[in-house]
Design a protein around this ligand. Structure first.
Ligand code: FES
Ligand code: FE
Length: 450
């Protein structure tokens, strides 16, 4: 028998004491909690849905997921971007089966309803039959996503009309995003296609790994790093360089000031040289701290389920498929103005490391699968987990924005990630979500409302 949801949430409160580094295992296993996540996290938050470089022209579209909701993101004739649920309002079939393409209209396979790229129903097979009933086509458009907006080439959408603007959702974290997505004047692009795979793990294990778990790299990935990139990552916790975790609204980044980490750049001399040559220009553009983040061994998660690795240039979304499975979508991102051979090297590098056959991805996947599956045990599930590294490492005498913690080997970002998760799970409305982090950057935006 399932516990009522309210009881499951109350139990979280009892079991999760993040300040003391204690966390419940239920959140990785419980089906009721998962159903609540679809509603309270994935149907409310701003989620990454595509990169502008994927849809440059009118009619260009990508289809992706927001939680388990399948959506189409499509460039309009006026160059704006809109999004719709990929489901026909007649009987519910998908209106496109392509992940990426260009369309003048989306025509449903089942009974031939045809929708414009603006989502409007334009016509259908045997239209006389509908006309005889007096049906109004305007009432049967594709369901729009509530809000869509971009930041530095990254397109985000939310299914909640009451969600705060994207600029507020990302908040001061935009300062750090610029270090990667605005390091060069041409911005970034995705190259090659999307690589998809399935991992039998809870989505949060993946997100929290990228939000700030350099700790595992020196252990889990050490042999892989020696074999693949000619160097060890075992000593990363002793990096002499300034090393931090920063977080805001549950988004987190861990980085150091090593400029070009051997493992981050796959040990490739040409990639290192490219970044060394670029660094002074980035320093001029964004200042010293961010100019040293461009290829450092570092990682980032945008709450809830989008992550990337600077220097290795893999970008990914962890789409939930029940409490024990994710569908992972990955791309390679590069500076648009980088020479072609540099772009090719990065694409090849991500295939060798962070693809379904990549050495680091396999290392991670197995860890996350067993971290998830052990919770099948009834007694196991009653035990809590430890999340207490780096308490008392917060620093305030710094010019850096966001919550800043000294030391990359830390669990401050994971605690902040799960705190945001808990705040959202407990809140009925956006205005009930506690505002823990105070923005210093302007949060006005060019939000488009569908
Ligand atoms: Fe799409 Fe009938 S389900 S036309
Ligand atoms: Fe890893």
């Amino acid at each position: 028998k399932r516990r009522p949801v309210a009881e499951a949430i109350a139990r979280l409160d009892r079991m999760m004491d993040l300040d003391k580094g204690r966390m419940s295992r239920d959140i990785f296993w419980d089906r009721d909690i998962y159903e609540q996540e679809l509603e309270k996290i994935f149907a409310r938050c701003w989620l990454f849905v595509g990169h502008e470089s994927q849809i440059p022209k009118s009619g260009d579209f990508v289809s992706t997921y927001m939680g388990e909701d399948n959506v189409i993101i499509v460039r309009q004739k006026d160059n704006s971007i809109r999004g719709f649920l990929n489901t026909c309002p007649h009987r519910g079939n998908k209106v496109t089966f392509a992940d990426l393409g260009n369309a003048r209209q989306f025509v449903c396979n089942y009974h031939g309803w045809a929708f414009g790229i603006d989502g409007g129903l334009k016509g259908m097979h045997a239209s006389e039959a509908y006309e005889a009933t007096g049906m109004d086509k305007n009432e049967h458009s594709l369901h729009p996503v509530a809000q869509i907006d971009s930041y530095k080439g990254l397109i985000f959408a939310t299914l909640d009309p009451n969600a705060p603007p994207l600029a507020e959702y990302l908040g001061d974290f935009r300062y750090y995003l610029d270090a990667i997505f605005d390091m060069d004047e041409g911005g970034t692009e995705f190259v090659g296609g999307c690589v998809k795979s399935v991992i039998q793990c809870n989505w949060k294990y993946a997100s929290e790994n990228f939000v700030g778990d350099i700790l595992h790299a020196g252990w889990t990935h050490d042999s892989g790093a020696k074999a693949m990139v000619g160097g060890s990552v075992a000593e990363v916790h002793k990096l002499p360089h300034e090393s931090y975790q920063v977080n805001f609204n549950g988004h987190g980044w861990e980085f150091n000031q090593d400029i070009v980490g051997n493992c981050a750049t796959l040990g490739d001399k040409d990639l290192m040289k490219y970044l060394y040559v670029l660094q002074p220009k980035v320093q001029e553009r964004l200042g010293e701290v961010r100019s040293k983040m461009i290829g450092a061994i570092s990682s980032c998660t945008l709450f809830p389920n989008t992550s990337f690795l600077p220097g290795q240039n893999t970008f990914r979304t962890w789409h939930p498929r029940g409490p024990g499975q994710i569908e992972l979508h990955t791309w390679t991102f590069v500076n648009k103005k980088a020479p072609q051979e540099i772009k090719d090297k990065w694409r090849k590098g991500t295939m060798m490391t962070f693809s379904p056959s990549g050495v680091f991805e396999m290392d991670d996947g197995e860890n996350w699968e067993y971290s998830t599956k052990t919770n099948a045990g009834f007694v196991t599930r009653q035990q809590d987990l430890y999340l207490g590294l780096g308490q008392n490492t917060r620093i305030t005498d710094t010019d850096l924005p966001c919550n800043v913690f000294r030391g990359q080997v830390n669990e401050a970002n994971q605690r902040a990630f799960y705190q945001r998760w808990l705040d959202l799970m407990k809140a009925q409305e956006w205005q009930d979500v506690p505002q823990r982090d105070v923005p210093t950057l302007p949060t006005t935006s060019t939000k488009e409302t569908a």
